[in-house]
Design a protein around this ligand. Structure first.
Ligand SMILES: [Zn+2]
Length: 116
């Protein structure tokens, strides 16, 4: 039996995608384990996509730090994960994301100080 039946066994409603349960008679269509695996696969997909976007964008907007990113990648390929992480951290610390977040934190701190 397929883990994702497309038709409800009770009312014979057809479901075009993956549905957890029939929305008419609330019969479970996907077994609990498959639903669990699907949920985590989705989370991992989103995280990987976000990571790739951040990595690609930092590479594009930091032409001065490209060498560091390239060195990190070279270390990663050679299996020197510690070195790769060091290079990547040095480059990422100068990225607009980090500097932006830092200035935001500073501003929040300054405002909090004013109010107390
Ligand atoms: Zn049904």
């Amino acid at each position: 039996m397929s883990p994702y039946p497309k038709q409800c066994p009770q009312c014979k409603t057809y479901f075009p995608g993956v549905w957890k349960e029939c929305n008419r008679c609330k019969v479970r269509l996907v077994n609990a384990r498959a639903a669990h695996v699907m949920k985590w696969l989705k989370v991992i997909c989103v995280l990987v996509t976000l990571w790739v976007l951040v990595a690609a964008s930092t590479y594009c907007i930091q032409p001065a730090e490209r060498q560091l990113y390239e060195r990190a990648y070279a270390c990663l390929k050679e299996g020197r994960y510690g070195d790769a992480q060091k290079q990547w951290r040095r480059a990422f610390a100068r990225s607009p994301y980090v500097t932006g977040a830092r200035s935001l934190v500073e501003e929040i701190k300054a405002r909090l100080r004013k109010h107390t």
